[in-house]
Ligand binder design. Structure first.
Ligand SMILES: *Cc1c(COP(=O)(O)O)cnc(C)c1O
Length: 231
C-alpha cells in the first residue's frame, strides 16, 4: 500500500513548508494562523512513514478509507493518544460502527440514511465523532455530498430528527475548475447556518482555501509525496 517517493527524512521539512505557507496566507488575509488546523492526509502512506510525521509534531491526520485506516491507526493511536483522526472519504452505512470507534471527526456526512445509522450507533457505543456535512459544491453527479441548495434542510434534519450536532462543512471542488468560487460558496453556507468549521483546500490550493476561511486544510501530496495508487 505504501507509495512514498520521498525519503522519510524529507517529511519534517515538507510539514514545515506547508505550515509556513498556511501562516503566510492567514496573515495576508488578516486571520490568526492558529485558527487553521493542518490535516495530514495519510491515505496509502505506511504506518512507518506516518510515524515520521508524528515525530515531527503532526497530530491531525486524515484517511479516506475506513478499512485502510483500520489497518494502520488503532496501533498508532494507542501509542499516541492525542492524535485526531478525520474520515475524509465516503462512509458506507455498514462501516459506521467501525468508523465511530476509530475516527474523531467524520467529514463526509451526506445523506439521511447515514445520519440515521450514526444516530443509532451512538446509542450502541455511547459516543460519536464530531460531524461535518460534505457539500457537492460543483453539483457533480459522480461526487458525494449534499447539493448546496439542500444543505440547510439536511443540517436541520440531522439536528431535529436525529439529534446530531453538526460542527462544519467540507467540500472537494471539481478538479478542473478554479476552486475559489467553491470555497466562497462553502464559507457562505457555513456562515448562514452558523457552523464554525470549514474543511477545504488540498495540496494544490490550501493557501487559497485559507484566504476564504478554511479552519481545516487537508494536505497529502505536499507532505508525503505523490501517491502511486489512485484514490
Ligand atoms: C487525498 C485527499 C486529499 C489530499 O489531496 P492532496 O492533493 O494529496 O493534498 C484531500 N481531501 C480528500 C477528500 C482526499 O481524498
Amino acid at each position: 500500500m505504501s507509495a512514498e517517493h520521498h525519503s522519510a527524512t524529507e517529511i519534517p521539512g515538507r510539514l514545515r513548508l506547508v505550515r509556513e505557507e498556511i501562516a503566510l496566507a492567514a496573515e495576508a488575509a488578516g486571520r490568526d494562523p492558529g485558527a487553521i488546523e493542518l490535516i495530514a492526509v495519510s491515505k496509502t502512506v505506511s504506518a512507518a512513514v506516518i510515524e515520521e510525521a508524528i515525530e515531527a509534531g503532526q497530530r491531525v491526520f486524515g484517511e479516506n478509507r475506513v478499512q485502510e485506516a483500520h489497518g494502520k491507526w488503532p496501533a498508532l493511536k494507542e501509542l499516541h493518544p492525542d492524535i485526531e483522526l478525520h474520515l475524509i472519504g465516503p462512509l458506507q452505512s455498514n462501516k459506521v460502527r467501525e468508523a465511530i470507534a476509530l475516527f474523531d471527526v467524520i467529514e463526509t456526512l451526506d445523506r439521511p440514511k447515514l445520519a440515521r445509522a450514526l444516530a443509532e450507533e451512538r446509542e450502541q457505543q455511547g459516543k460519536l465523532p464530531r460531524l461535518f456535512v460534505q457539500v457537492n459544491t460543483g453539483a457533480e453527479p459522480q461526487k458525494a455530498g449534499i447539493a448546496p441548495e439542500e444543505t440547510a434542510n439536511f443540517v436541520a434534519l440531522c439536528r431535529d430528527t436525529f439529534n446530531l450536532e453538526i460542527d462544519g462543512l467540507m467540500c472537494i471542488p471539481p478538479y478542473d475548475e478554479e476552486p475559489s468560487m467553491h470555497f466562497a460558496l462553502l464559507a457562505k453556507l457555513a456562515e448562514e447556518l452558523g457552523l464554525a468549521e470549514l474543511s477545504m483546500g488540498m495540496s494544490g490550493d490550501f493557501a487559497k482555501a485559507v484566504v476564504f476561511g478554511a479552519t481545516y486544510v487537508r494536505v497529502g501530496t505536499a507532505i508525503f509525496g505523490e501517491r502511486i495508487l489512485l484514490d
